[in-house]
Design a protein around this ligand. Structure first.
Ligand SMILES: Nc1ncnc2c1ncn2[C@@H]1O[C@H](COP(=O)(O)OP(=O)(O)OP(=O)(O)O)[C@@H](O)[C@H]1O
Length: 257
């Protein structure tokens, strides 16, 4: 028997007044997959994310995590069940070292109260060092998070997000504000981590070089509907996607509208 998808959304609907932010959206994300959710401004990408992580309750439809119905659960419950996320604006503790940020995330994910946190917790330290090695941050372990280069902050945020061993990772424009080299390096890292940890990743992105270079599958939303769901090659060649979103950028790999 094949494993159920890590995430399965079915017929999601959400309207604001007369605006159908989501209008019958269905798709699956499997373990190890890096699924890009793209589309023009106002297509419904953020609404879809926020329904999956519990911040918005849909008017209709279901969200399933490994077969379990999580529709309408509060964000904390959804996070505990294995949905991690990174933010457009990096969320790290500036005064703590890089290592302590990841140790704290590990302990928090296990429910340890901050009051009981002991920096000498050997097991958490070992695991945190492991995560830093996996995210290319080992050399910066003892540096305060304040003052890190932007690309390193994003790596740290990724390390924090996977410290709780999520099954699904939601990334909202993970490479926003980064230069070409940096953003391709970051998404390449995400792809390697997803494969190594059998993690399902759903991300929104406006940089088409990131999407076409690294997504394993792409979903295109427009006006709250899925207009295409396929491989990078299929999406790039889809006339409707080109008309609605990619335009000439499909050929150049530049940012969509
Ligand atoms: N809280 C809200 N109240 C009213 N309308 C909303 C609200 N949130 C979203 N919308 C509308 O729903 C539609 C989808 O918005 P959403 O933010 O999900 O799109 P998006 O694809 O994430 O856009 P962007 O790429 O600009 O972030 C838009 O028309 C938006 O104006």
């Amino acid at each position: 028997m094949t494993a159920p998808p890590v995430l399965s959304v079915g017929n999601l609907a959400k309207a604001y007044g007369g605006v159908h932010a989501l209008d019958g959206v269905s798709f699956d994300v499997h373990a190890g997959e890096l699924l890009a959710l793209i589309g023009p401004n106002g297509a419904g990408k953020s609404t879809c994310f926020n329904v999956v992580n519990g911040q918005i309750r849909p008017d209709a439809g279901t969200v399933r995590l490994e077969g379990r119905d999580i529709t309408g659960l509060p964000p904390r419950a959804i996070a505990r069940l294995g949905v991690g996320r990174t933010f457009q604006i990096a969320a790290v503790f500036g005064s703590l070292t890089v290592l302590a940020n990841v140790e704290t995330a590990l302990l928090a994910s296990r429910g340890a109260s901050f009051g009981l946190w002991r920096p000498q917790d050997g097991q958490a330290r070992g695991e945190a060092l492991d995560l830093l090695a996996q995210t290319g941050l080992a050399a910066l372990a003892d540096r305060p998070a304040t003052g890190l280069a932007y690309g390193d902050v994003k790596r740290l945020e990724l390390a924090i997000a996977i410290a709780g061993s999520p099954r699904l990772l939601l990334m909202d424009e993970p490479t926003a504000g980064m230069g070409t080299h940096e953003r391709l390096a970051l998404i390449g890292l995400v792809r390697r981590l997803a494969a190594a940890r059998s993690l399902a990743v759903l991300f929104t992105e406006h940089s088409m070089d990131v999407v076409f270079g690294h997504a394993t599958r792409v979903i295109v939303l427009a006006r709250g509907r899925v207009i295409a769901d396929g491989s990078v090659e299929e999406i790039r060649a889809d006339p409707q996607v080109r008309a609605v979103y990619l335009g000439r950028s499909a050929a150049t790999g530049e940012r969509g509208s």
